[in-house]
Ligand binder design. Structure first.
Ligand SMILES: Cc1cc2nc3c(=O)[nH]c(=O)nc-3n(C[C@H](O)[C@H](O)[C@H](O)COP(=O)(O)OP(=O)(O)OC[C@H]3O[C@@H](n4cnc5c(N)ncnc54)[C@H](O)[C@@H]3O)c2cc1C
Length: 472
């Protein structure tokens, strides 16, 4: 069994480490942030985690994530529930008049979710129970290589303080801001292939505490000029996020809590989600980019002995809530690859993991970026006061499915399967009758079928909120 070093103790790093340790590998995680994981109940208030910008921002774990956790990380569900995580069924949460009676197969919409600090604290304990050593306060500054050949073999990492740490395999789980490309180039490797573009959304989120509000519609709701996310959490908490286009200057007033509340009050299916005690201000996150990285150029690895997993590999706009699920799927792919190939066969492992990642993971990443791009362009069209009619039938089909799902329990399930990340559009539309029913039930639907203000009404609310005292 191999000596594996996982760089980064975020959601994917911890899950990767636990999975590999359960397979018998000797796993060490190095994490730059020094604070140890507190007991889960103290994680929200008392855990400094500067290494993860989104640490205290809204997170929701999708049914896909939970089904993988339940199957592959025994004990984590129980630990999450003991810490107050919420077990819920995304379909059952919807009003019965929309979804009809619950059926046995609807258990696929179940999930267990919590605020991010609690999730991480539980995963940290799970990794340690699986035999992982977590060294916090260790900042990786570069790669140790064997110094031979055009394709360097990574044999460990350099750290800010202390000697290099050697390993048979280095797994970069350093997140969105992973510095791996610069380290590879410094080690003499060719730069990895990278694609990045600013994703352009701005998130205005607030957490609450109280009695969990009823879910009148889906978690993610698209309206003219903004989206609303209503996300249940652990221990009687939840979060609400308003998502806008970064170029929509009028929406910047949403950073003011009074303005944020007045705007949320305009959405009849979501307004009651403000009926709780706020436990944060309005947290704003912008400047998030979509980025994808490949450690092989034209099929040849730029280095061996190192792989990237999770956000360090690819990350997207988070409003679909897929990051943790994609990270966990990727971690499982690495685990399975290591069941086939010993890290001592470092050339073979690098090529094979790159190939499998391209085959199994890239379609998931591309599908997420595709949705982001369309929604961003749609918000831009709203800003310009124009209809959004791209020459892409799949986008029209996805809008039509949502509109039709408001009137048909089967299609509510089809749409919920997409939102839960347990099925893709091809599978959903291949079901007998789906295409026909979507066409029929969405005919004449407006671009935004959920009740909410028009852009003009939204701007007027923002104006009134500003006149009532917001300084900007
Ligand atoms: C605003 C926002 C909301 C989101 N909401 C959701 C959601 O609802 N559902 C969902 O599934 N996903 C969500 N995501 C995505 C999710 O947060 C990420 O996919 C997930 O955190 C990725 O885990 P990771 O382990 O790959 O990276 P991270 O969690 O970012 O962890 C990286 C770790 O590496 C450490 N590190 C970095 N560099 C070094 C170094 N040089 N030396 C040592 N340590 C280092 C960092 O300190 C950090 O702890 C959201 C993201 C954002 C930005």
């Amino acid at each position: 069994m191999a000596k594996v070093l996982v760089l980064g103790a975020g959601l994917t790093g911890l899950a990767t480490a636990a999975l590999l340790a359960r397979d018998g590998h000797a796993v060490t995680v190095v994490e730059r942030d020094p604070a140890p994981a507190p007991p889960p109940g103290q994680a929200w208030d008392g855990w400094p985690r500067q290494g993860v910008n989104q640490f205290r921002l809204a997170h929701f774990m999708l049914p896909r994530w939970w089904s993988l956790v339940r199957a592959e990380l025994p004990g984590v569900t129980e630990a999450l529930l003991a810490a107050g995580a919420l077990r819920c069924n995304l379909l059952a949460l919807l009003p019965e008049r929309r979804r009809g009676p619950i059926r046995p197969a609807d258990d696929r919409f179940e999930t267990v979710t919590a605020r991010r600090p609690l999730l991480e604290a539980v995963l940290s304990r799970a990794a340690e129970s699986a035999g992982v050593t977590i060294s916090r306060g260790v900042a990786v500054t570069g790669l140790a290589t064997d110094g031979h050949g055009a394709v360097p073999r990574v044999i460990g990492v350099l750290t800010a303080a202390g000697p290099p740490i050697h390993a048979d395999l280095v797994v970069d789980c350093g997140g969105r801001r992973s510095a791996l490309p610069a380290w590879l180039v410094a080690a003499g490797a060719r730069p990895p292939v990278e694609e990045r573009e600013p994703c352009g959304f701005v998130y205005y989120g607030r957490h609450f505490h109280g009695e969990l509000p009823e879910m009148h519609t889906n978690v993610l709701q698209a309206y003219d000029s903004l989206s609303v996310l209503t996300l249940p959490g652990d221990n009687g908490t939840w979060s609400v996020v308003l998502v806008t286009h970064g170029r929509d200057k009028a929406m910047r007033a949403l950073r003011d809590p009074a303005c944020w509340h007045q705007v949320l009050a305009r959405y009849p299916l979501a307004a009651h989600w403000a009926d709780g005690a706020p436990i944060t201000g309005v947290d704003v996150m912008a400047g998030i980019e979509d980025r994808h990285r490949r450690l092989a150029v034209a099929g040849t690895p730029v280095a061996t002995g190192v792989v990237t997993v999770g956000d360090a590999w690819a990350c997207t706009n988070p409003s679909l809530g897929r990051g943790a699920s994609i990270g966990l799927l990727h971690a499982l792919l690495l685990r399975d690859t290591l069941r086939e190939i010993d890290p001592a066969e470092h050339d073979k492992l690098a090529s094979r993991f790159d190939e499998l990642t391209a085959r199994a993971m890239e379609p998931l990443h591309q599908a997420t970026v595709w949705l982001d791009r369309h929604r961003l362009a749609e918000l831009e069209a709203d800003l310009a006061g124009e209809p959004y009619r791209p020459d892409d039938g799949r986008w029209a089909a996805s809008k039509a499915l949502f509109a039709a799902s408001l009137h048909d329990p089967e299609l509510t399930r089809a749409y919920s399967a997409l939102a839960s990340f347990i099925a893709g559009p091809d599978e959903v539309f291949a079901e007998p009758g789906v295409r026909e029913r979507v066409g029929r039930l969405s005919a004449g639907a407006p671009p935004y079928p959920l009740p909410g203000p028009s852009r003009a009404e939204l701007l007027s609310t923002l104006d009134q909120a500003g006149a009532a005292g917001w300084p900007g």
